[in-house]
Structure formats: structure tokens, C-alpha cells
Design a protein around this ligand. Structure first.
Ligand code: NAD
Length: 296
């Protein structure tokens, strides 16, 4: 049986590792937060005292960290883990980071003779818990083929977007659209409420009409409309506003480099920055709805 090391057991990594364990995989975990490690061990994971220890015997290493500097410091430099991995190891980074950083890490891994894919995900914490994530890979055909069976334990749709870094490009385009959809959906829902409609009724109408989108289908931002989503749990858990802002910055940097016009995303970025500065850093990104509703 393949040995898997999983590093980064947060809102996404925790349930992803749990699905590997449910599938019967041999998983060793590491996170800076002891409670996250304990929770994984209760589900059958082995704990390691450091990232180096976690990866030492692993055939596959999966990292799910907040941002590029966490990923680079895990893999690169004198304290990086690459040289501590098995010579045949496959490394899968599922964090959402910029394409250039993913490519830099991937090239360092390949230079050491190991395999690498950037494999950011879409589907949110619910998708992570249900094992229905979408994985979007960048890397060689060989590395992608090696990664597919492992990712199948955690996801439903597995794409190969192109060479190293291409997974991150595709992911950032998707999240840029998601930010626009969440802000636009919040705006429309609040206008309906302001004009006397029940948010459950207007949500159902828009779901069956031309404005339907993922936020209405799976992640309604208005409290009380949908069960088991962050908006009905004081916007706790989910995808934090600070992470959405990180992704919008990645998207805007990519757009600047390619000379792409992104006026809607630029406005969404301003809205999310304002929202974060109002103290919503750690709340789920659907809390942008409260920016429209809180003064009522
Ligand atoms: P999170 O902050 O909940 O979890 C990150 C985890 O990494 C934390 O437990 C933290 O302790 C750990 N960590 C940080 N540095 C570490 C290190 N050096 N060694 C070991 N552990 C370390 O974040 P999240 O919501 O799980 O998101 C992780 C990544 O997935 C981000 O890049 C995010 O953009 C992306 N993502 C998140 C969602 C979502 O809905 N939350 C959806 C898609 C993609």
C-alpha cells in the first residue's frame, strides 16, 4: 500500500485527509496546530513531529497550505523537505498559489528526480468533506497519471490543465469568477429583500432562472436560506475572506502580466478588501452579503 504524507490540516486539508483515511490509505500527517493533528489521528492517521519526519517514508506527499510563502518554505531552501523525500516520491501541492511559485517548486522537485503536480481544488469545505472536489492539475503527463488515483479518493472531477503552473492559472480564473458571482448574487438577494421578497422565494426563483449560479445552488450567502452552509452558521468555517483576497490579488497580478481587462474582478477585489478591513478576515467569503444587509 502507498504511504501518504499530508501536510496542512485546516478547513480543507482536514477533511481531505479524512477521506484518504476512509479509503483505507496509510496516512501520516503534520500541521503546526496540534489540535488539527489530533483530530486526524482520531480518524486513524499517524502523527509526525515535523514535516521532514512526515515525508521521510512517503510515496506521495500532499500539501494544503494557505499561501505561496508557506509552500516555498516547506519545499525550498536548506530547510526544505525535497531532499528528505523518497527518490521516487510524487509531490502534490493543492494549495492555491501563484503559477510562478508553483512552477519554481515543481522545477526544484523535478531537478531532484521526483514528480510534481500543482493540483489546486474547487468545491469548498463541503466538497472536501464529501470527497467531491474538483482537482485542476498542472504537470507532466507522467506525474498527472500518478496523481489521478490518489486524488480520486478526495475528488470527483480531475482535470489536467497543462504544464507545471497551469493548474494554478485555471484555478485563479475560476476563483476570480466566483468572487464576482458571490458579490453579484448578494447584491441581487438584498435588493429582493429590500423590495419585500422572502429570500428563500427569490433564491428558488433565481435558481430556476437565468441568474442561477453555484452560489445559489450550493452556497447561498443569505442566512437561513440554506442549511449546512457558512451563512447559516454565523459565516464560520468555509473559505475565509482573507483567502479570497489572496486569490483576487493573484488574479489581478496574472491579469496585469497578460494585459487582460478584468473590470468586474477589480471591483470585486475592492469590495472584498473593504469587507476584510471591516473585520471579516476570518469569516467565510459569503459574508460579503452582510456588507449589503447590515445597515438595514
Ligand atoms: P486554513 O488556514 O484553514 O488551513 C491551512 C492549514 O495549514 C492550517 O491548519 C495551518 O496550521 C497549516 N499550516 C500552515 N503552515 C504550515 C506549515 N509550515 N506546516 C504545516 N502546516 C502548516 O486554509 P484552508 O481553507 O484549508 O485553505 C488551504 C488552501 O486551499 C489555501 O490555499 C486556499 O486558498 C485553498 N482553498 C480553500 C478553499 C476553502 O473553501 N477553504 C477552497 C479551495 C481552495
Amino acid at each position: 500500500m502507498q504511504k501518504i504524507a499530508f501536510i496542512g490540516l485546516g478547513n480543507m486539508g482536514g477533511p481531505m485527509a479524512a477521506n484518504l483515511l476512509s479509503a483505507g490509505c496509510d496516512v501520516t500527517v503534520f500541521d503546526l496546530v496540534p489540535a488539527a493533528v489530533e483530530a486526524a489521528c482520531e480518524k486513524g492517521a499517524k502523527s509526525a513531529a515535523s514535516a521532514h519526519e512526515a515525508v521521510a517514508q512517503a510515496d506521495v506527499i500532499i500539501s494544503m497550505l494557505p499561501a505561496a510563502h508557506h509552500v516555498k518554505s516547506l519545499y525550498l531552501g536548506e530547510k526544505g523537505i525535497i531532499d528528505h523525500t523518497q527518490p521516487h516520491a510524487l509531490i502534490i501541492d493543492s494549495s492555491t498559489i501563484d503559477s510562478a511559485s508553483a512552477t519554481e517548486v515543481g522545477k526544484a522537485v523535478e531537478a531532484a528526480g521526483r514528480h510534481f503536480v500543482d493540483a489546486p481544488v474547487s468545491g469548498g469545505t463541503a466538497g472536501a468533506a464529501a470527497g467531491t472536489l474538483t482537482f485542476i492539475m498542472g504537470g507532466t503527463e507522467e506525474a498527472v497519471a500518478l496523481a489521478r488515483p490518489v486524488l480520486a479518493h478526495m475528488g470527483k472531477n480531475i482535470f489536467h490543465a497543462g504544464p507545471l503552473g497551469a493548474g494554478q492559472v485555471a484555478k485563479i480564473c475560476n476563483n476570480m469568477l466566483l468572487a464576482v458571482l458571490m458579490a453579484g448574487t448578494s447584491e441581487a438577494l438584498q435588493m429582493a429583500v429590500d423590495n419585500g421578497l422572502d429570500p428563500k422565494v427569490i433564491s428558488e426563483i433565481m435558481l430556476q432562472s437565468s441568474g442561477s449560479n453555484w452560489t445559489l445552488q450550493k452556497y447561498n450567502p443569505c442566512p437561513g436560506v440554506m442549511e449546512n452552509v457558512p451563512s447559516s452558521n454565523d459565516y464560520k468555517g468555509g473559505f475565509m475572506v482573507k483567502l479570497m483576497n489572496k486569490d483576487l490579488t493573484l488574479a489581478m497580478n496574472a491579469a496585469a502580466q497578460s494585459g487582460s481587462a478584468t473590470p468586474m474582478a477589480s471591483l470585486a477585489q475592492s469590495l472584498y478588501r473593504l469587507h476584510q478591513s471591516n473585520g471579516f478576515d476570518d469569516k467565510d467569503f459569503s459574508s460579503i452579503f452582510s456588507m449589503y444587509s447590515s445597515k438595514k
